[in-house]
Design a protein around this ligand. Structure first.
Ligand code: IPM
Ligand code: MG
Length: 355
């Protein structure tokens, strides 16, 4: 039975990079026997403009009943001053929460062909292959109460709540330990247990899950600020990095930068086994380059690769696509972010030529 993929092109460079994924899908269909229903829906600013909300209930329902959802990017200056519930980013947070995709896998891999594109010295990044497991449905982006209150003297008070329950920490920790077993068997759990209560609970729960189920895996606890320094200094010491929502957001951008370009990195957000996954390039909507053909489509193409692997049961095609991306890079295909001259669709051509 064929699987269903819901595409959410979104805003900024989102539509351009997802268009390249659609071209890849067509090739896999025609030449490699991929059978896939591809649907699309409005999302983010595009959805606000058309129907007043960043994601409609109908789109959320379709996302939950698909096998996988692939989104481009959301947000842009046009909607930046709108009230929070009318902002594109809220559509994404709602979608993650509604789909309950609590474990966000963000690989940071330095492809050999690109080791010189990194801001770090070649020897520090060549061969880098680390994986963030970012908690995605809890923490300070969702905690209540939150708000901006007006104080009696007329000044204001803005606040958010960082909060985690045992269950929320346990389920994402399981994902990190299971993944480590298939990799280098090493988990670094990041928090600020020295100053935060939620960080202390995080450390206690991860320690307990480790002792009960995964004593064969090496676990280290690293304070998140120290982890930032270590990622910038010697990133290859890591394998799987387990983080909360906020630290994972920040540190995965740092890790992306040292691999050469944020335009390269995909992500997979997964929930309970058998539930649909949400796949997204980790770059944003990049409004400054949108519509100019400057965007690198590889992060979106590799996000589709993760969907083939994790939700669409076509690991064979995932391998094929991954190999095609590496081959295109090895032959020198480069978009502008990597110092090259190819535009977005020419980079798509380069991958398709390898397929
Ligand atoms: C990310 C982004 C999102 C986040 C935004 C767009 C809501 O920064 O996926 O890293 O904060 O999670
Ligand atoms: Mg981010």
């Amino acid at each position: 039975m064929s699987k269903t993929l819901l595409l959410l092109h979104g805003d900024g460079i989102g539509p351009e990079v997802i268009t390249q994924v659609e071209r890849v899908i067509d090739v896999l269909r025609v030449s490699h026997g991929l059978s896939l229903n591809v649907e699309s829906a409005l999302f983010g600013g595009a959805s606000i403009d058309a129907c007043g909300v960043p994601i409609s209930d109908e789109t959320i329902a379709r996302a939950k009943s698909a096998d996988a959802v692939l989104m481009g990017a959301v947000g842009g200056p046009k909607w930046a001053n709108a009230p929070r519930d009318k902002r594109p980013e809220m559509g994404l947070l709602n979608l993650r929460k509604e789909m309950e995709v609590f474990a966000n896998l963000r690989p940071a891999i330095c492809f050999d062909a690109l080791a010189d594109a990194s801001s770090l010295k070649r020897e520090l990044v060549a061969g880098l292959d680390i994986m963030f497991v970012r908690e995605l449905c809890g923490g300070v982006y969702f905690g209540q109460p939150r708000g901006i209150d007006v104080l009696p003297d007329g000044s204001k008070r803005g606040y958010d709540t960082q909060v985690y329950t045992t269950g929320e920490i346990e389920r994402v920790a399981h994902v990190a330990f299971e993944l480590a077993r298939k990799r280098k068997n090493h988990v670094s759990s990041l928090e600020k247990s020295n100053v935060m209560e939620s960080g202390l609970l995080w450390r206690q729960v991860v320690t307990q899950i480790h002792q009960e189920h995964y004593s064969d895996v090496v676990l280290e606890h690293v304070l998140a600020d120290n982890a930032a320094m270590q990622i910038a200094r010697a990133p290859k010491q890591f394998d799987v990095l387990l983080t909360d929502n906020l630290f994972g957001d920040v540190l995965s951008d740092l890790a992306a930068a040292i691999t050469g370009s944020i335009g390269l990195l995909p992500s997979a957000a997964l929930g309970e086994k058998g539930k649909p996954g949400l796949y997204e390039p980790i770059h944003g909507s990049a409004p400054d380059i949108a519509g100019k053909g400057l965007a690198n489509p590889l992060a979106a193409i590799l996000s589709f690769e993760m969907a083939l692997r994790n939700s669409l049961e076509r690991e064979d095609l995932a391998d094929l696509l991954y190999t095609a991306v590496i081959a295109a890079l090895n032959k020198g295909a480069r978009t502008k972010d990597l110092g090259g001259t190819l535009n977005t669709s020419q980079m798509g051509d380069a991958v398709i030529a390898e397929l």
